[in-house]
Write a protein that binds this ligand. Structure first.
Ligand code: AMP
Ligand code: ZN
Length: 125
């Protein structure tokens, strides 16, 4: 990593809310953690289960993800499926990326919403 890249990532990690949560600098209700991912309760839950699954790598959002991130994105989906199984919500749940401000993305560290534990209408709002 070049000096310039290091400075960029250092700034991102000190500014980004979800990087701070991963680092334990901002408190969260942790649900799951491993070497690549971190999951925690959404602070403003929209369903009885509303967990955010994030890669430890700082990726801004789905449209900024690169081919090299493909495995990590799939991995986050599998972490969501494991949490859903553990919570007994497999009769119906949803995993969602809000992509861009027009879709409601408000935190610019990629996060997968896991929503369940209630009926989920379709189409979504
Ligand atoms: P989005 O609107 O798709 O970017 O989702 C961001 C989510 O992060 C929202 O559902 C927020 O309620 C949630 N959120 C924001 N700050 C925190 C926090 N400190 N701890 C847990 N969840 C948070
Ligand atoms: Zn981040």
């Amino acid at each position: 990593m070049s000096n310039k890249e290091f400075c960029y990532y250092f700034q991102v990690m000190t500014d980004c809310l979800f990087c701070k949560i991963i680092a334990g600098k901002v408190p969260s209700k942790k649900v799951y953690e491993d070497d690549r991912s971190f999951a925690f309760e959404d602070i403003k839950p929209q369903a009885p289960t509303h967990v955010l699954i994030i890669p430890k790598k700082h990726i801004v959002g789905l449209k900024e993800a690169e081919d090299a991130d493909a495995e990590l994105l799939g991995y986050c989906q599998l972490v969501a499926a494991k949490i859903a199984r553990a919570r007994g919500i497999e009769s119906g749940y949803r995993t969602v990326y809000n992509v861009g401000p027009g879709a409601g993305q408000s935190v610019f560290h990629l996060h997968l919403h896991l929503l369940g534990g209630r009926g989920l209408g379709w189409p979504p709002g």
